[in-house]
Design a protein around this ligand. Sequence first.
Ligand code: HEC
Ligand SMILES: [Cu+2]
Length: 356
Amino acid sequence: MAEKHKAEWRVVVGRATGILVLLTGILLAAGLCTATPQPDNPIPSIFQPHSTPADSIFHLSLFVLGITALIFLVVAVLLTYAVVKFRNTAGDAQREPAQVYGSTQIELAWTVIPILIVVVLFLATARVIHAIQDAPKPAAALEVTVIGHQFWWEFRYPALGIVTANELHIPVSDSAHPTPTFLKLLSADTDHSFWVPQLAGKTDLIPNRVNEMWLDPHQTGIFLGQCAQYCGTQHAKMLLRVSVESPEAFEAWVSTQKQPANPDEKEIAGKRVFETTACVNCHTVAGTNATGRFGPDLTHLMSRHTLASGACENTKENLHLWIQNPDAIKPGALMPAMKLSDSDLDALMRYLETLQ
Ligand code: HEC
Ligand SMILES: [Cu+2]
C-alpha cells in the first residue's frame, strides 16, 4: 500500500514540475517579446497606445483582461482545492462520492452570474465601438484615401493632390488643435486590413465597399503596422509605416510631394528607358507619360525609406536588385523581372535616383 502511495505522489510531483516548467517558458517568452526593442525597429504593441482609438481599445482590453483574470483565479483556486481535497484515498476505493442533483440555487448562480458578466462586457465594448465609429469629423481633419493592393498600399490625399505609397505621412494631433486623420479604405483586388496597433484597431479594405477609420496621434514618430488580413503570397511583406510629424514638418513634406517629378532633364537616357518599357503601364511619374496605377506612384520614390511596402530599405543596391528581380526581395510580388540590359539598367537607376 505504501509503495502504491509513493508512486502516485511521484506522478503528481512530475506533473506539477511539468506545468511549472511550461509556465516559466511562457513567461520567459512574453518577457523577451516585451523587452526594450531597438529604437529604429519598435515592436508595435497594443499596450502602448498613442492615439485616441488605440487608447480606448487599450483601456477596454485592460477591463476585459481584468474580469477574465478574476474568473480564471476563482476557477483555478476552486479547482485546485477540489483536486487536492477530494483526491482518491486508500479508504474510499469502494465508496461512491455524494451525489447532488438539481440544486436550484447552484443552477441559478451559474446561469445568472455568467449572463451578467457577458452583459457587462458587451455594454463596455459597445460603448467603445460607438465612441470610435461615430466620432464627429472636425473641419480641420485631414482626409486620406487608402487603397489596398496585392501587396502594397496606395495613399491619396484628394484635397492636397498628393499620391504616395506604403509610407503614410500625417500631422500630430494635440488636444488644443485636434487635427485627426480620417481614412477612407478601399481595395483594388481582395480583402486587406489596415492595422497600426499603436494608433487604432484593425479595419478591413473590401472591394466595392468604402470603410472608414480615423487616427489622432498624440506624439510624433514612426509607427509600424501590417496588413492584417491574409491577401495572398506576400501578405506578410505588406507592411505599413506611419510617419507622424509636427505641423511644420508635415507642411514641408506636403510641399515637396506637390512638386512635379525631376524638373531637370539631365538623366534623359534613363528617362527614355523608363518611358519606353512596360514600367509606364504600371507606374505613374507625374509630368511624364507614365500614368499606370497597377504599381506604386514613383514621382517621389526617393523620399521613401523603404521599398516594396517595407520589404527592404530603399538603398541603391536594393533598388537595383528590385528592378532586376523583385522576387529576390519579395517572392510573389506582382511586378515582373524587367530583364533590362546592364547599360539600360544603369541609366534607369540614375534616372530613378532623381525622383526625389
Ligand atoms: C506589370 C506591372 C509592373 C511593371 C511592368 C513594372 N512594375 Fe514596378 N511595381 C509593380 C508593382 C505591383 C509593385 C509593388 C510591388 C509590391 O510592393 O508588392 C512595383 C514596385 C516597384 C517599385 C518599388 C516602389 C516602392 O515605392 O516601393 C519600383 C521602384 C518599381 N516598381 C520600378 C519599376 C520600374 C523601373 C519598372 C520598369 C523597368 C517597373 N517597375 C515595371 C508593377 C510593375
Ligand atoms: Cu493585404
